[in-house]
Design a protein around this ligand. Structure first.
Ligand SMILES: [Zn+2]
Length: 337
């Protein structure tokens, strides 16, 4: 079955079975349940597609040791045993320890959520511990090595959240980088759950979210377009400042007025490292591309005991795709127009 526009609209506005029946009458009970079954099946199919990455198959990619290198880097920087619990302490020997690698090239990668961290909850005023964006330390490190760019990554024991707190040691280091004449670009690498969709009936979720904030500069907009195009060439589903349906335990969330709740990974909040880089560049009166890239968990190294680990074949395919997508993006952005 597929949903009519009206049915989809009814579901988007009224999540409750009773409300649906109120619109369509008692005879619609069976139909409503069928719609729910349809949406559940679709979610399962999307989860499968997210890890199979159907736009590309591994034999088409060059035979590489990228996956093995990523595993090594992740162990060395974020999680020695590749276990979920190791991401809190990481490999740090003191609180808020960072690894800073200064490259000769024009791009600064930051992977501020590479290990577990604490975030101040705006509602409760309490510090809550947040899960790491698994695999981002590894991809940042390998890209740094292979392209000669700069990298700042936490290595564990993080007492706050660099992508939310107004002041953070990462931001101090970023300032120095941005002030350099050679600095052209800041790319903040993050993670998102796989299978996120803009509409309940989309047949594939997003692989890559590109965030440029609310008032991107022309060079940032151009760069984001390039990234989106390269993602597409690799068969990845990408979106710029893309909104998506929020879910909790697999269930779509609704606003108080009954409309489907959607948010976006636009990296517009002033606390993000992306916003910080943009503000700092504006203060110095210099052009700087500032982008946040969120990779689906199908594209990142995941802990071996992670509940949603998709298996080694999928991990190898996904992480290779992410690597080639980002490597080509850096190379395209470094070329003069
Ligand atoms: Zn993150």
């Amino acid at each position: 079955m597929s949903l009519s526009v009206e049915e989809e609209a009814a579901l988007a506005i009224q999540p409750e079975r009773d409300a649906y029946i109120a619109i369509y009458g008692e005879s619609a009970v069976a139909e409503y349940d069928e719609v729910l079954d349809y949406l559940r099946d679709l979610e399962q199919e999307r989860q499968e597609k997210a890890i199979q990455l159907p736009g590309y198959s591994l034999p088409q990619l060059p035979d590489t040791d990228v996956y093995e290198r990523l595993l090594d880097a992740e162990r060395n920087l974020a999680s020695p045993r590749l276990l979920v619990e190791d991401y809190t302490a990481g490999v740090a020997t003191y609180d808020d320890e960072l690894l800073v690698i200064e490259g000769l090239a024009q791009v600064l990668f930051t992977t501020e959520h590479a290990t577990g961290h604490m975030r101040l909850d705006a509602h409760s005023g309490l510090l809550i511990s947040k899960e790491a964006d698994y695999g981002t330390a590894a991809i940042g490190k390998i890209l740094q090595q292979d392209t000669g760019q700069s990298l700042i990554t936490p290595v564990g024991r993080q007492t706050s959240d660099a992508n939310s707190a107004s002041e953070h040691p990462i931001k101090d280091v970023m300032k120095t980088f941005i002030a350099r004449d050679t600095a052209k670009m800041h790319i903040s690498l993050h993670g998102a759950k796989r299978g996120r969709v803009a509409n309940l009936t989309d047949d594939r979720g997003f692989d890559v979210f590109i965030g440029v904030g609310d008032n991107p500069t022309e060079e940032t907009k151009d760069a984001a377009d390039k990234l989106a195009k390269i993602a597409k060439n690799y068969g990845l589903i990408g979106g710029i400042n893309q909104f998506f349906v929020t879910k909790e335990e697999g269930q779509p969330q609704y606003n108080e007025d009954g409309t489907l709740r959607r948010i976006s990974f636009s990296a517009a909040n002033p606390g993000t490292t992306r916003s910080f880089a943009q503000t700092e560049a504006e203060r110095l009166g210099k052009p700087l591309i500032t982008i946040q890239v969120e990779l689906s968990d199908a594209l990142r190294i995941l802990p071996v005991d992670y509940d949603f680990h998709p298996g080694i074949d999928s991990q190898r395919r996904g992480t290779n795709l992410a690597y080639f997508f980002l490597q080509e993006s850096i190379s395209a952005l470094n070329q003069k127009k």
